[in-house]
Design a protein around this ligand. Structure first.
Ligand code: FAD
Ligand code: NAI
Length: 475
């Protein structure tokens, strides 16, 4: 007799494990199946985000930022740090410890919430009267039954056609997070989020980094003024970004890798490097799910087709996170996971796609929520813009980090905030205020009239809101 559950979640990344916990909180008998293995073959729930994404990348960004500060910024504070060295093995070891703390944390949360965890691959067997039979293939094989199924199987790195990842010389995000020594020369293809974050890590540690980007514009999804300011800062740091390239043949050998490409002027070029990181986007992952056994509908990109509420083509089967449409972000996956669990319980789970924040954890950080100035122009919306530079913010000056600005975009008639864009220190934290404001449909005037602590970076947010009506106080 197979074990029967009210809800089975396939995938234990941010979409899956959060959905499982929320469903258990709502009183359901829940199982979560995840196949990720740690170095010793044990369970490592948390998905891409915890194992080879958000968490390890931020650990390396932190280590490399400390190194950069010790090398280049301590002296401004009168601190002499001569012969600063980096022990890469220790840095990677620390990152692995941080990852393990998160894996263990999730296993603890499953216990606390009485979620039954299965370590192995989950796949559809067939639809049955009581829901669906799901096979779990781990150290042992078993079939369990779930009335409701939530698929949260995530995504995988996209490879260049004909250039498979070997994780030695041609690296995906996985290999990029465990390079054993600072490469003298590093090439990245794609100047999106991973390209900029990983490029920053290894540049700070001493690599000569070149990022080759296919599009002619830098960070096309970001507000143009903010992207321009960020590009200026990256250029100054020595992060080389070539736009409008067409990548040709990639050859690997004992000495590393050689990348042939055509630059924006149409000239044939070639770059030799020790390592190549390919960061050209990710593809939804349904490998091993046996979706065809039950007729689960996928689109032409391989994503599971869902409606606005994450219902798939099959009754009682839901899908959330990177495996469905929408931004590939951990917090988007989590919000969908919570909403689906609540919908299964008959509640009105809700995800507001207009207020999902984006953050790029470079230095300066880039963060935004809502629409960009170019989108408002395209949409024909009448708006007012206000900006405030960190150069005029006392806390930023005290920190010694005055790059960038906060920018507000508000409706010209109603003053409702339509977008907030930040490039500068702690943009990742500052954006939260803008998300709350937009969620409550606040006006720029609302933020301008709220008392912000002095001295704090958040005063730049208030001043940018004041700038919408041309009444900044400190600029
Ligand atoms: P995943 O996290 O991919 O989890 C899916 C899980 O399902 C995996 O554990 C997988 O092994 C398992 N699985 C798949 N198929 C099966 C099966 N058949 N049976 C059992 N288990 C299965 N997002 C942010 O918001 N902030 C960031 O800072 C950020 N940084 C990132 C950095 C990098 C380098 C990368 C690559 C991504 C980053 N992301 C970030 C994106 C984020 O990682 C994803 O959006 C998020 O992990 C998606 O969550 P998910 O639950 O949909 O899928
Ligand atoms: P991305 O979509 O952010 O960027 C890919 C870039 O590669 C684009 O600029 C694209 O124009 C370019 N590109 C595509 N094909 C190319 C080619 N053949 N030659 C040259 N350039 C090419 O994808 P990325 O960086 O791989 O990250 C994947 C996703 O992971 C992100 O979209 C994001 O959702 C998530 N992520 C989020 C992070 C965060 O929230 N801080 C950090 C890292 C990843």
């Amino acid at each position: 007799m197979s074990q029967a559950f009210d809800v089975i979640v396939i995938g234990g990344g941010p979409g899956g494990y959060i959905a499982a916990i929320r469903a258990a909180q709502l009183g359901f008998k829940v199982a979560c199946i995840d196949e990720w293995k740690n170095a010793s073959g044990g369970p490592a729930p948390g998905g891409t985000c915890t194992n080879v994404g958000c968490i390890p990348s931020k650990a390396l960004l932190q280590s490399s930022e400390h190194f950069e500060h010790a090398n280049h910024h301590f002296a401004d504070h009168g601190i002499s740090a001569t012969s600063v060295k980096i022990d890469i093995a220790k840095m990677i070891g620390r990152k692995d410890t941080v990852v393990k703390q998160n894996n263990d944390g999730i296993l603890y949360l499953f216990k606390k919430n009485k979620v039954t965890f299965f370590h192995g691959r989950g796949s559809f067997v067939k639809a049955v009267e009581a829901g669906y039979e799901i096979q779990v293939a781990g150290t042992k094989e078993e079939v369990i039954t779930g009335q409701q199924i939530i698929v949260a199987t995530g995504s995988n790195a996209r490879a260049l056609p004909g250039v498979p990842f070997d994780e030695e010389t041609v690296l995906s995000n996985d290999g990029a997070l465990r390079i054993g020594a600072v490469p003298k020369k590093l090439v990245l293809i794609g100047s999106g989020v991973i390209g900029l974050e990983m490029g920053s890590v290894w540049r700070r540690l001493g690599s000569e980094v070149t990022i080759l980007e296919g599009l002619p514009t830098f960070l096309g999804a970001v507000d143009e003024q903010i992207a321009k300011e960020a590009k200026k800062a990256f250029d100054k740091q020595g992060l080389k970004i070539e736009l409008g390239v067409k990548v040709g043949e990639v050859k690997t050998g004992k000495k590393g890798v050689s990348v042939a490409y055509t630059n924006a002027k149409g000239e044939a070029q070639s770059l030799d490097a020790d390592k190549l990181i390919v960061s050209i986007g990710r593809v939804p992952n349904t490998i091993g799910l046996n979706a065809q056994a039950v007729g689960l509908q996928l689109d032409e990109r391989g994503a599971i087709v869902v409606d606005a509420e994450c219902r798939t083509s099959l009754k009682g089967v839901w899908a959330v996170g990177d495996v469905v449409r929408g931004p590939m972000l951990a917090h988007k996956a989590e919000e969908e996971g919570v909403a689906v669990a609540e919908r299964i319980a008959g509640q009105h789970g809700h995800v507001n796609f207009n207020t999902i924040p984006w953050v790029i954890y470079t230095s300066p950080e880039i963060a935004w929520v809502g629409r960009t100035e170019q989108q408002l122009k395209t949409d024909g919306v009448k708006y007012k813009a206000g900006t405030f530079p960190f150069l005029a913010n006392g806390r930023a000056r005290a920190l010694g980090d005055t790059t960038g600005m906060v920018k507000f975009l508000a409706d010209a008639t109603t003053d409702e905030i339509l977008g907030v864009h930040i490039v500068g220190p702690m943009a990742s934290e500052l954006i939260a205020e803008a998300v709350v404001a937009m969620e409550f449909k606040a006006s720029a005037e609302d933020i301008a009239r709220i008392c912000h602590a002095h001295p704090s970076l958040s005063e730049a947010t208030k001043e940018a809101a004041l700038a919408v009506d041309k009444r900044t106080l400190n600029f």
